[in-house]
Design a protein around this ligand. Structure first.
Ligand code: KG4
Ligand code: ZN
Length: 358
């Protein structure tokens, strides 16, 4: 059987991405346009602005992915696009463009769930990774623990009841005005906090306790820690007379304390999930695996914490490389390859498929 080639489009948040993969898992082409700097300058994502930027860049991103693969649309067997979840004005652009390509070139369309794509990316580089496995997805928009049973079957164990961890990092970095220091100017909030934390000498002076310790479920919460942290920033600003555009003197220790409490919370919730999985025998003991993905999975300190829990509970930790953890087109194309091979959710008649309205 001839190998098939699939083109995937991602536009659920602030990255316009395109990836081209064949059914053997070879990455043939890719392209990514990030809106990070625009959103940093706006102090956060303004959904209509994200939509306009996707619209402006989508054609170029897809063209350059095809060019990098040295392919044209006639070599492509199916087109996939993220249709949910995400910002509706962003999702719409990739979904519309994907369908347009399908209509114009007579190709089937494969709608993709963004979180499933994050989770399944791990199987692209670890073909021996079999279902079922445990997944922890941590990003700017999401925080969830789930058991992946098959390409299209996931059992949700818990989500965040308020902010996502990346969102909390982004808000903290903004509140600490880290971008007023040149070395942080082009970094996402999470990257900025990780860098600031690496300069700490006494993080334990801020006594943060992880939330929800008394609850035996797998729900997450990040808003409380964020608010406690904001309280300390205000206290320092007032007591030390910090000017409005100045960064507080204790920024490194506070960043490290915040990163530590987030890490402890993630580890504690993960522990709960692993105990639940064992009690219900959801994953065979000899191949227990945790996949961690999403932008926050790029954080090395958090990954070290998760690694400790994995060792304790006899799990293998799989963490895709940074460029596959953050939003990208390759993960969409790979999810589509998995669906194509299993013949699940491949549509020749796709006009009724809309982006999820939130
Ligand atoms: O997966 P992603 O690219 O987009 C979403 O689906 O949200 O994740 C972006 C998020 C941002 O909130 C960013 O601050 C966070 O991931 N992030 C990090 C790191 N790099 C990116 N958080 C912690 N540590 C990092 N090194
Ligand atoms: Zn994402």
């Amino acid at each position: 059987k001839r190998r098939s080639v699939i083109l995937g489009i991602e536009s659920s948040c602030d990255d316009t991405g395109c990836g081209i993969i064949d059914t053997e898992g070879n990455i043939l082409g890719e392209s990514l346009h990030s809106q990070l700097l625009v959103h940093l300058n706006n102090g956060g994502i303004i959904p209509p602005v994200a939509g306009v930027l996707h619209r402006k860049n989508i054609e170029q991103v897809v063209e350059s992915a095809l060019k990098s693969a040295n392919l044209s649309m006639k070599d492509i067997d199916a087109v996939a696009a993220t249709v949910k979840p995400g910002l509706p004005m962003s999702l719409e652009v990739g979904t519309m463009f994907g369908k347009l390509l399908c209509r114009k070139h007579q190709k089937p369309f494969i709608p993709i769930h963004h979180m499933e794509a994050h989770a399944l990316t791990a199987r692209l580089q670890n073909p021996s990774l079999e279902f079922p496995f445990l997944v922890l997805l941590i990003s700017g928009g999401h925080c969830l623990l789930a058991v992946a049973h098959s390409v299209d079957k996931f059992a949700l164990l818990g989500e965040s009841i308020d902010d996502a961890p990346g969102e909390a990092f982004d808000k903290m970095a903004r509140r600490m005005k880290l971008r007023n220091l040149p070395e942080y100017y082009e970094l996402s909030g999470g990257q900025a906090i990780e860098l600031a934390a690496s300069k700490a000498d006494d993080p334990l002076q801020f006594p943060f306790t992880p939330p929800l310790l008394q609850y035996k479920d797998c729900k997450f919460s990040f808003a409380g820690a964020k608010n406690v942290c904001k309280y300390y920033i205000e206290k320092e600003e007032l007591s030390k007379g910090v000017a409005p555009d100045e960064v507080i003197p204790d920024v490194a220790n506070l960043s490290a304390a915040f990163l530590l409490v987030v890490t402890k919370h993630l580890c504690q919730r993960l522990q709960r999930a692993m105990e639940y999985v064992a009690r219900k025998s959801l994953i065979p003991i000899e191949r227990q695996t945790l996949v961690v993905s999403g932008g926050v999975a790029c954080n090395n300190f958090i990954a070290q914490g998760l690694e400790i829990v994995c060792n304790e509970y006899n799990y293998k930790l799989v963490r895709p490389p940074a460029k596959l953890c953050t939003d990208n087109g390759i993960m969409v194309a790979w999810n589509a390859v998995e669906r194509w091979k299993a013949n699940i959710g491949v549509y020749k008649d796709f006009e009724g498929i809309e982006v999820e309205k939130i």
